[in-house]
Design a protein around this ligand. Structure first.
Ligand SMILES: [Zn+2]
Length: 435
C-alpha cells in the first residue's frame, strides 16, 4: 500500500464526475474513482465541488503605502478564504508599481506571506500619469516576471501613449489591461448617469465614457496587432463592442466583477457610500447583458476588483467617499448565486472563467491547471448547498467595506490547497499552512 500526503475524497469535479484526488508534494499524482491506499491527511469532500484554485486578475492589495487598508498578507488571507490561489496586485500603490524595484518588493511580500501566488501588475505609465511609459521592460525582466500592465484607477486616455504601450508589450507577450473611462466625460462623476442619478442630483457617469474607450482600444489593438484586456466591463453597449471585436478576430479579453453581476444603481438611493464604486453600478438591463455575456464567453473572466478602504474613506458623505468595495471573500458565492444557481453556467464554466482563463491571460503557468495527474495541486473545495451570512466585522481583509454585510449567500469555501499545502482548513486559515 502506498501513502500519499493528502487525499480529497469524494468531491465532485468541475465536469460533474466524483473522484478522489491524490496529492504528493506540490502535485496531483492521481485522480481516481476510489483511492484505496493510505494518506497522511484526508479531506472528506462528499457533497462538495472541487475547482482549480481561483485566480484573480484584478486585486488592490494597497501595499506599499496604505497598509491600514490592506497588506499583501491580509489580502492573501482574504483571498485564501475566498478560494483563490493567485492574486494580481494592481499598480496604484504608493509608490506606484512603475519600476522593477517596486514590483519585486510586492512579489517578495507575496512569497513571504506564502498563502497564494501574488503576481504584481506593472503600471503602464510613470506615476499613473498617462504621459510617459514606465519601466515596462525592466519589470518584465525582473524576478516578478510582470506580464500584465495597467494604470487601473486611471485610464490610459492618450491614444498615442496607449498605442506605444500596446506595441511595447508585444516583445515579450504581455497584455495591457485598460480601465476604460474617458476622463473628460467623467469629471466629478459620482454614479451611473441615468434616471436614478437625475433623481438623486448626483453627477452622472455615462455609459459612453466607458464604451468610447473600449471601442478605441480594440481598434488600436487591431491596428498594432497586440493584446488588450478590458477591466471591469459594466455596460450592455461595452459587451456589444467586445462581441464585435472578437468576431473580427481582434486579440481582446474582458472581465466582469461579481458586484456588477448583481448590484444596480438603485442602491445609490440609500446614499450609502458602500455602493460607490468605479466603474459605477449600472442598470438591471446592463446586469442581464453582463450575465449573458459571461455565460456565452464574450466576457472571458470574473475578476474581483477587490478595493479595500479604511473606515474614514467610506463612513462619510457620498460625494466625499472613496470608490471601491471588497470582493475576494464573497466572489465565488456571488458567482454561484448569479450564474450557477440561475442555471446560466456550469461549474466547469466557473472553473474556466475564474481559474483557467485568468491564469492564461496573465501567463501564470503554475496556476489554472486542469484537475488531473501531473498538475500543480492548487485547489478549492466548496460546499454549494451551505449558506453563510456575511459579517463585515469578521472579514480577513484589513478593511470592512463589503456591500454584502448581513446578506445570506450560497456556497461556503471549506478548503483551499496551495501548491499541495492546506492553506484553508474547514474555513479557517491554516497557521503556517502557506509556509
Ligand atoms: Zn479600475
Amino acid at each position: 500500500m502506498s501513502t500519499v500526503d493528502l487525499v480529497i475524497k469524494g468531491a465532485q469535479l468541475p465536469d460533474g464526475k466524483t473522484a478522489d484526488i491524490c496529492i504528493q508534494g506540490e502535485s496531483i499524482i492521481d485522480v481516481t474513482a476510489s483511492y484505496k491506499g493510505e494518506s497522511v491527511t484526508t479531506i472528506d469532500a462528499k457533497g462538495c465541488v472541487v475547482l482549480p484554485g481561483l485566480v484573480d486578475l484584478h486585486t488592490h492589495l494597497r501595499e506599499p503605502g496604505r497598509e491600514d487598508a490592506e497588506t499583501v498578507l491580509s489580502g492573501s488571507k482574504a483571498g485564501t478564504k475566498g478560494g483563490f490561489t493567485a492574486l494580481s496586485a494592481m499598480a496604484n500603490t504608493s509608490p506606484v508599481a512603475d519600476t522593477a524595484g517596486v514590483v519585486e518588493q510586492v512579489y517578495r511580500l507575496g512569497q513571504e506571506a506564502g498563502l497564494v501566488d501574488v503576481f504584481p501588475i506593472g503600471a503602464v505609465t510613470q506615476g499613473l500619469k498617462g504621459e510617459t511609459l514606465s519601466e515596462i521592460g525592466a519589470m518584465a525582466d525582473s524576478v516578478a516576471r510582470v506580464r500584465v500592465f495597467s494604470d487601473d484607477g486611471n485610464c490610459v486616455s492618450d491614444p498615442l501613449v496607449m498605442r506605444r504601450a500596446l506595441e511595447y508589450i508585444k516583445k515579450f507577450g504581455g497584455v495591457i489591461a485598460q480601465h476604460a473611462q474617458d476622463p473628460r466625460m467623467t469629471v466629478g462623476s459620482q454614479m451611473n448617469e441615468g434616471e436614478v442619478s437625475a433623481r438623486l442630483g448626483l453627477k452622472g457617469w455615462p455609459a459612453v465614457a466607458e464604451e468610447a474607450i473600449i471601442a478605441r482600444d480594440v481598434l488600436l489593438a487591431d491596428h498594432v496587432q497586440s493584446r488588450l484586456h478590458i477591466c471591469h466591463l459594466t455596460t450592455a453597449g461595452g459587451v456589444e463592442i467586445i462581441r464585435w471585436a472578437k468576431a473580427r478576430g481582434i486579440n481582446v479579453t474582458a472581465e466582469v466583477t461579481p458586484h456588477h453581476l448583481l448590484l444596480t444603481d438603485d442602491l445609490a438611493s440609500s446614499y450609502d457610500p458602500i455602493f460607490k464604486v468605479n466603474p459605477p453600478l449600472r442598470t438591471e438591463s446592463d446586469v442581464h447583458a453582463l450575465r449573458e455575456a459571461l455565460a456565452d464567453g464574450t466576457i472571458d473572466i470574473v475578476a474581483t476588483d477587490h478595493a479595500p478602504h479604511p473606515l474614514e474613506a467610506k463612513e462619510c458623505e457620498w460625494q466625499e467617499a472613496a470608490f471601491g468595495m471588497l470582493g475576494l471573500e464573497t466572489a465565488l458565492s456571488i458567482v454561484q448565486m448569479t450564474m450557477v444557481n440561475s442555471g446560466l453556467m456550469s461549474w466547469q464554466q466557473v472553473a474556466e472563467r475564474m481559474s483557467h482563463k485568468p491564469a492564461s491571460i496573465g501567463g501564470y503557468e503554475h496556476q489554472g491547471q486542469r484537475i488531473e495527474k501531473g498538475s500543480f495541486a492548487n485547489l478549492v473545495v466548496i460546499n454549494p448547498t451551505k449558506l453563510w451570512r456575511v459579517d463585515r466585522d469578521l472579514v480577513l481583509s484589513n478593511s470592512s467595506n463589503t456591500p454584502y454585510h448581513g446578506h445570506e449567500l450560497p456556497g461556503v469555501v471549506e478548503h483551499t490547497v496551495f501548491k499541495g499545502k492546506q492553506t484553508l482548513i474547514n474555513g479557517q486559515i491554516s497557521q503556517g499552512g502557506g509556509k
